[in-house]
Design a protein around this ligand. Structure first.
Ligand code: FAD
Length: 120
């Protein structure tokens, strides 16, 4: 079996922005690519809500659909407009998956996103 530290490194070095949150989307962990994409380092963003990334121009319906989906233990995938620390807007292609505890209840969420601004 692989050493545990290798799993940690895999997430840390994965070439996609990864964050782990509590059930209310408060950020508990970010990887290096998250910092590269958003401009926020761990000290700046841990403890804040994922909504700190929102450009506030994304239609409410998208967030409703997102929460409706993930709170039912489904994976949500979509695109929304985010804002980097320095103010630059970007189009985020985002996938959110619920993480389940031993009893099958949602304990956390994992978010994975890329900047796909160039693709549009
Ligand atoms: P609201 O969505 O009303 O937010 C108000 C608060 O309630 C926030 O703390 C919100 O997270 C929480 N909330 C809303 N609905 C529910 C619910 N059904 N159950 C529990 N808590 C709820 N948003 C982005 O704009 N960009 C991102 O990159 C992004 N990444 C995310 C990654 C993960 C893993 C998760 C779980 C959420 C992510 N979100 C992201 C959604 C984000 O948490 C907000 O819901 C969204 O930004 C809208 O925020 P708001 O303050 O405008 O309104």
């Amino acid at each position: 079996t692989l050493p545990f530290s290798l799993f940690v490194k895999a997430v840390e070095q994965a070439p996609v922005a990864i964050s782990i949150t509590d059930k209310k989307a408060n950020i508990l962990y970010i990887n290096q690519a998250f910092t590269d994409v958003t401009g926020y380092n761990a000290a700046e963003i841990l403890g804040q809500n994922e909504s700190a990334l929102s450009d506030k121009s994304t239609p409410r319906q998208i967030y409703y659909d997102l929460w409706h989906t993930i709170s039912r233990k489904q994976v949500w995938h979509g695109q929304l407009v985010n804002r980097q620390k320095m103010g630059q807007r970007y189009l985020a292609d985002l996938t959110i998956a619920p993480m389940l505890d031993d009893r099958g209840a949602i304990s956390h969420y994992i978010g994975m996103h890329r900047d796909v601004t160039q693709a549009h």
